[in-house]
Ligand binder design. Sequence first.
Ligand SMILES: O=C(O)CCC(=O)C(=O)O
Ligand SMILES: [Fe+2]
Length: 363
Amino acid sequence: MSENSARLDRLLHPEVLAAFDRDVYERDGYWVWDGILTDEGRARWSESLQRVQSLNDAIVANSDWGRVQFAAHGLAAPDADKIAPEALAGYRGGSEQMRFQPPGLRDFMYQHGLFDPALVTDGCEWQGMMPEYFPLAYDEFILDVTANHPQMMDLLGKVLGPEFLIDHVLTLNRPGGSTGRRWHGHPYRQGQHETEDPATGGQSPSTQFLQHQCVRTLCYPEGMGKTDGGGELAVVPGAHLYRTPYMWDKRRTDYDEDFAAGWMRDKDHPATAEPLQIETLDLSPGSMVSFVHHMPHHVGHRDEGAPTRWGLLMAYRTRDPEQAPSKWNEGTPAHWADRTDAHGLMTQQMRRIFEGDQPLTSA
Ligand SMILES: O=C(O)CCC(=O)C(=O)O
Ligand SMILES: [Fe+2]
């Protein structure tokens, strides 16, 4: 990126960044960055999320999906009724709405890029994948804050340590009526290092913070809470120490009562010995929250008619020393990274985040 039109130097309040307490974060598994965005940071962040949403909406609604050559790429075509114009119009306005996508399409776009003349991408340069799933490729401000900005790299370094790779970054814009996500956790990478059963796990809690770590940081420029339309994010302090990627590869059905009476029942916080408790978050505008990948979490139903809640999910992970070195890591669409590199737009900082799991350079 040219130096650097998208950069907002005063993005974060330095005193909020400095107040991070690593011990509390390791003990409870999450950290709230309360009101960390400056007013200008909030405005830019909201504007970019809205911009990416409208690019995504336009591609969904204006493309002639019936003419896309899915079979040529080994993909099934979408059902005809799901790509009728009225159906397509209904997928706009928020994330996780594109219910017409055939199996494998999202992965194909990520890994190879889908370039097809039937896709109508007025207003932006198509990058082979939907803006929702890799907004960095469509918005210079989002690219800067997720891969370059010194204050953001400082924040991510506090929760991950000095060396981290991108896992995934996507928009989580939740429109009114969105049903959220039932109780679940996430594995590190594809689950190859997990030791606990996803449904019943939690047999050997430890107070040791995991080395194979993936941390999600969510930014809500307009806030996130009960009074702004609901659908809050809830976590369970201490539950990350059970290391259960709860239901990550299974159908998730638990609301709070089911989870409290099920997996959570009779479990204590391994560091404080208090019974585990659900904590439903309420975040002021311009806040972020970071939480580790094993922490079970829940997103409630957003009220019908509520305004869209703007959110960006930024997940990064520590390097996996057992992974053979590769050019780009699996969270990076290689076709995009190669193009970016060929155009001379890959900064050293970006390279550190997108490259494969090379051996650690710092102890
Ligand atoms: O929808 C949200 O705002 C947060 C959801 C989330 O981070 C998750 O389920 O991993
Ligand atoms: Fe999640």
